[in-house]
Structures are given as C-alpha cells and as structure tokens.
Design a protein around this ligand. Structure first.
Ligand code: GAR
Length: 215
C-alpha cells in the first residue's frame, strides 16, 4: 500500500452507459474517498455515454478503438500509454466489456478492479442477470473483484445480495442490482485504497493480519 496520505490516481475503463463511473464520481465529489482520485476515463467504444459524462465533469476522456490496432497487445499498449500519462496506479473497470489482456495485467498486477452483476462465481460473462433468472435462483447480486486473466474469476473484494422476485424480468432485476452496484463499488474502492489488505490464495483479507482471519 502507498503511504497513508498519498493520493491514488485511478483510471476508469468503460464501454457504455457509465452509471457506475458516475456513481463513483458523485462519491468523489461528496468527499467520500480520502485517497482515490479518478484522473481519466478510457473507453473501447467512441459512443460510450460515460465519455460524455467524464468530459462534462472535467475528467480527461479517451476513446481507443481496438479494431484500429493490429492486435490486443497493441490496443492495450495504446490504453496503457494514456493511463501512464495520467500517472494511474489503480484501474477500475466500470462496465468494460472486454477481457483484460497481458499488457494491462502485467503492468497493474493486483491493481485492476471489476464489478459484475451477479454473485460470482455464479453467472460470469454476458447477461448475468438473465442467466440468474433462467437458472431460477432466489438471490443474485453483484460482486467487486480483482481482475486476473480469467473471465470474472479474480479474488473477491465485496458482494451484495439482491433477491430475485417471482415476476422479475432481466430489466427489473438489472435495475435493482445496479442500485446496489453503485454503493458496493464505492465501498470497495474506498477499502482497497484506505485499508491495509493482503490476498491469501483467493481470499482478500482486510485489516491487521492474523492468520485465518477474514474481514
Ligand atoms: C453493470 O451492470 C456492470 O456490472 C456490468 O455492466 C453494467 C455496466 O453499467 N458489467 C459486466 O457485466 C462486466 N462483466 P454501467 O455502464 O451503467 O456502469
């Protein structure tokens, strides 16, 4: 962890609407984060609404088109240059709909967070809310986790449970989960930037360390 009063520059990556980014930005403006500061937004989609929100709030925002690069590594290198230019030391994926590749993983080991709209490890990948309804689960929710090379597989930082109601559609369940995502992501970003933690195996342990403890 950085020294206690150091600001931690955060780069946000998103692909679309950007409501999670907006929720984080609102919390930042309210003074909720003591150390995390969103310093730039990068999107793989030039039409992402999140880019508009960023610019409207004075946050530098960039669209990097993957297809304009010869491969994933070249695309991620272009993203990396922007993140480095802004001194980013922690990356927050907020509706970024691509698997993170080696270039970013190697540069930010254990320093990339993602949010997913299910209780992982259930229902990774696309349409998590639809998968939950089709499976008939009574509870779903959302998960914030560190990113590794898999799809939605990294160590879990926090989760919130949301009931699945008998007449839920994908839209109604998504909306109810999204409200929890907005709270959970801020909580988890605050924790990883303000509390000591250690990753033991798959478990993220917060607070003063004692073997076997979970916080
Ligand atoms: C959110 O529900 C987020 O959890 C999900 O995309 C949505 C983005 O919404 N992410 C994933 O499914 C990643 N696997 P937003 O753009 O309004 O934040």
């Amino acid at each position: 962890m950085e020294s206690a009063d150091e600001i931690i520059p955060v780069g946000v990556m998103l692909s679309g609407r950007g409501s999670n980014f907006e929720a984080l930005l609102r919390k930042q403006c309210d003074g909720y984060f003591q150390r995390a500061r969103i310093v730039c937004v990068v999107s793989d989609n030039p039409d992402a609404r999140g880019l508009v929100t960023a610019k409207a709030n004075g946050i530098p925002a960039y669209a990097i088109a993957p297809h304009a690069h010869p491969g994933k590594a070249a695309y991620e290198n272009a993203v990396l240059q922007i993140l480095l230019q802004h001194g980013v030391s922690l990356v927050v994926l907020a509706g970024y709909m691509r698997i993170v590749g080696r270039v970013l993983l190697d540069h930010f080991p254990g320093r990339i967070l993602n949010i997913h709209p299910s209780l992982l490890p259930s229902f990774p990948g696309l349409h998590a809310q639809r998968q939950a309804i089709e499976h008939g689960v009574r509870f779903s929710g959302c998960t914030v986790h560190f990113v590794d090379a898999g799809m939605d597989t990294g160590p879990i930082i926090g989760q919130r449970v949301v009931p699945v109601l008998p007449d839920d559609t994908e839209d109604t369940l998504s909306e109810r989960i999204l409200a929890q995502e907005h709270e959970l992501y801020a909580e988890c970003l605050k924790r990883v930037t303000e509390e000591p933690y250690e990753i033991r195996g798959r478990t993220v342990c917060f607070g003063p360390q004692r073997r076997g403890d979970r916080a």
